[in-house]
Design a protein around this ligand. Structure first.
Ligand code: SF4
Ligand code: SF4
Length: 412
């Protein structure tokens, strides 16, 4: 099958008369821009579907809101910095563009050490390697691969955001997830070709006292993959615990909620002291996706909500079940949506067809039944055709108290 996205030859891009634009402000897009400069490819701008990202320059270049592209550049060549190559390619084709490329060769020629970056050097090196691997897998249709798997190790959080898109605000008796997390990851990894990133999440994963043990367990098992710990900067682990993570492919991803991230400076200092890679990112605004409510959409509308969803490949593992996104994982775990086996794969079932079921879920191009309970999660809510949430909201607005919970209808 012909791919929408082709591999960019550096020579071709150097000669093109069209402006070259990098699609999406991922962390590795900075490396793509640098590598293009190093090799004489004239990149004129970035584009991104989130309008808020178009306010400032990025790596010294203008950022154009993607829907505005045809007005500014009727012809252009694109380098896709985002992992969802087909989704990005389809959007550009719908806008009338033809030359849509994977930057794999440009990334392969990139020397991280010749540049400084918005992230730490080791973080960027990991991102570039990871991106190359994912682009290689994209061009190999026989493979089932996951760019990342979110491993939710707890329902507890040290914050209580009223619009948590992982739905923590609904858990009345939040607890750590089951003891068999590592066994579930083994079953999953034995049934797919490649998992690039294992992302340890919660709630706040550092609330689970076993977090370092689980992290080290993953690092021992999956040496070729990157492990990320997603934290909100409220907890700084002890020196002796951080020491156990050293020398492994383990990175911290810290979301900065300003004063709510009360231990962020201490955490950053400790990570530096232990030479552990991290990336610190301001929480900024969120696209609200926190309500669980039956929408009664038609099939056509469900297809649209799925097409526009930016979270549909945030594969999530929760209590031994694999889901396509954290919304479905937690809505099902809370029993706030009807139990529908089409929404997940139970990794602990003795189904002989497990491998195919996982493949079907991972490569799903259509909606899941549970999507009808979701507001939708588009990149840009103002431009989405099918979205019923509150739009862009300030991240991290807290509930009245840590014990406040939002009631919901249970489908027990
Ligand atoms: S910090 Fe807020 S958004 Fe993050 S998991 Fe906790 S409650 Fe959810
Ligand atoms: S639209 Fe579907 S895939 Fe996307 S976040 Fe909602 S439930 Fe998940």
């Amino acid at each position: 099958m012909d791919r929408i996205v082709k591999i960019a030859e550096i020579g071709t891009l150097k000669k093109t008369r069209n402006p070259v634009i990098i699609y999406s402000l991922t962390e590795e897009s900075e490396a793509i821009a640098n590598s293009c400069r190093d090799h004489g490819v004239n990149v004129v701008a970035f584009c991104d579907n989130e309008i808020r990202k178009s306010k400032n320059l990025y790596a010294g270049l203008e950022v154009i809101h993607t829907p505005e592209l045809p007005k500014r550049f009727p012809e252009a060549d694109f380098l896709i910095a985002h992992h969802a190559l087909d989704d990005c390619g389809e959007q550009l084709i719908d806008m009338g563009y033809k030359n849509i490329y994977s930057p794999i060769n440009i990334l392969k020629e990139y020397n991280v050490n010749n540049h400084t970056h918005r992230t730490t050097q080791s973080y960027m090196k990991a991102k570039v390697d990871h991106s190359i691997k994912l682009h290689e897998l994209y061009f190999d249709e026989t493979k089932t691969y996951l760019r990342s798997i979110d491993i939710q190790i707890t329902e507890k959080c040290s914050m209580n955001c009223e619009s948590c898109c992982n739905l923590m605000q609904y858990y009345e008796r939040a607890k750590n997830t089951d003891e068999e997390i590592l066994r579930a990851t083994e079953i999953l990894s034995n049934n797919v070709d490649y998992i690039a990133e294992y992302r340890i999440i919660g709630g706040e994963p550092l609330m689970n006292k076993q977090w370092a043990q689980i992290t080290n367990g993953l690092a021992e098992r999956y040496r070729g993959s990157i492990i990320y710990i997603y934290t909100n900067g409220t907890i700084c682990p002890k020196d002796e615990v951080l020491e156990t993570l050293k020398g492994k492919n383990i990175h911290f991803y810290i979301t900065d909620y300003d004063e709510l991230s009360r231990n962020i400076e201490k955490l950053v200092q400790s990570l530096k002291k232990h030479k552990l890679a991290f990336y610190r990112k301001s929480a900024g605004n969120w696209v609200d996706c926190s309500q669980v409510k039956k929408q009664n959409r038609s099939v056509a509308r469900l297809k649209q909500v799925f097409k526009e969803c930016c979270a549909k490949r945030l594969y999530s593992l929760l209590n031994g079940k694999l889901y396509t996104c954290p919304f479905l994982a937690n809505a099902a775990n809370l029993k706030s949506i009807p139990d529908n086996k089409a929404d997940y794969v139970d990794l602990f079932s003795d189904d002989k067809n497990l491998k195919n079921k996982i493949k079907r879920l991972v490569k799903m191009e259509n909606f899941f039944p549970g999507c009808d309970f979701c507001s939708g999660r588009p990149h840009d809510p103002s431009a989405a055709l099918e979205y019923s949430g509150k739009g862009l909201i300030k991240a991290g607005k807290q509930m009245p108290s840590m014990s406040s919970r939002i009631p919901f209808k249970s489908y027990n």
